[in-house]
Design a protein around this ligand. Sequence first.
Ligand SMILES: Cc1cc2nc3c(=O)[nH]c(=O)nc-3n(C[C@H](O)[C@H](O)[C@H](O)COP(=O)(O)OP(=O)(O)OC[C@H]3O[C@@H](n4cnc5c(N)ncnc54)[C@H](O)[C@@H]3O)c2cc1C
Length: 350
Amino acid sequence: MGMSIIIAGGGLAGSCAALYLSQTHHVTVVAGSIVGSASAVGAGLVNPMLGRQAKRVWRADDAIGAFNETVRAVGAEPSVARLPILRPARDAKQQRKFVAAAGATHLGEWLEAAQSAESYPGITAPLGALRVAGAAVDIPEFCERVLSAAEANGARVLRERRITSWSSTERGGVSVGLDSGEPAKLEGSLLLLCTGAASPSLLPDANLSLHLIKGQTVQTDRPSATDGWPHLAGAGYVAMYADHLILGSSYEHSFTSAEPTAEATATILEKAGRLAPSLRGLGVREVRAGGRVTVPRSYLPMIGPVPGQHRVWIFTGLGSKGLLMAPLLASELPAYVSDDRTIPVEVRPR
Ligand SMILES: Cc1cc2nc3c(=O)[nH]c(=O)nc-3n(C[C@H](O)[C@H](O)[C@H](O)COP(=O)(O)OP(=O)(O)OC[C@H]3O[C@@H](n4cnc5c(N)ncnc54)[C@H](O)[C@@H]3O)c2cc1C
């Protein structure tokens, strides 16, 4: 059978990579705690028309296909909230953009204000709304299911462990040091870093083009007024789960503390109230913060060999699109590992 691959990180990137690589390779995952990671914070929306202009995400159809295939492979379908995402237009300019976006894809349809009000009374959409084919999934639960499926394929998963160092071996592989506990080190033919915000500290010499954006989400009770509602995305967003809501999100490009703040919570709650009056005064259950890793300018993920390090690869830069990008690129990883020239040029590390 194939290579011996060590994956660091068990968030969306690491778990999905483990699932697909373990089909043909010997995989060991060193999965640091998910607490505080982006995968513990994400609201879980699967939104192929993101951003102010609702542009289709990169390779949207392939990404949706890979998400659905991964859900099927790990038996996660019962926990996926398959609801559309309603995006009320915030101003006339966005209205025009949304109408154009809806006309250019089968993934979204434009609802005039009256249509929106009829379908979704109680949701504020005086300029109409874009209805996007979407879903939501609890990311930590999804990652755990994906890791378990990788284990069923034969992967070894070391939970709550961290790699502390790595070095090249004389035999052309990689040796990895682990934090306290057994084993103390591992050797493999390839190390794949899926370590999110911690990646630059593990690659101090690589100078990769990565940027961290802190984000916060707020978990609240779900009022009965939201029965039958779609997920919502305007200035803020609301993911609908059976017994709770996850509200997002802040985007902080510079910050001094990684902890949640009361100020961000207040802003997130206020934005939800603007989407629908019945979302005012929600009971807060939990508040989380974490860092989205993005690749400046391209805003696409980064996957492949770290420049100058053929045996050390990185998989990060999932930004706000983790649920679409992680399954897509992880499902193609076995081909990339066989021949790294197959990695799309737009996502190669630089
Ligand atoms: C506020 C917010 C809202 C979001 N909402 C959505 C959304 O609605 N939909 C969506 O698709 N995406 C969303 N995202 C984005 C999504 O959460 C991320 O793109 C995705 O979770 C990133 O996954 P990752 O595996 O690359 O990184 P992470 O989730 O950060 O995982 C990295 C993992 O590596 C581990 N690690 C770090 N160092 C080491 C080490 N030395 N050894 C071993 N393990 C290590 C960490 O413990 C962690 O578990 C959101 C993100 C944020 C912050």
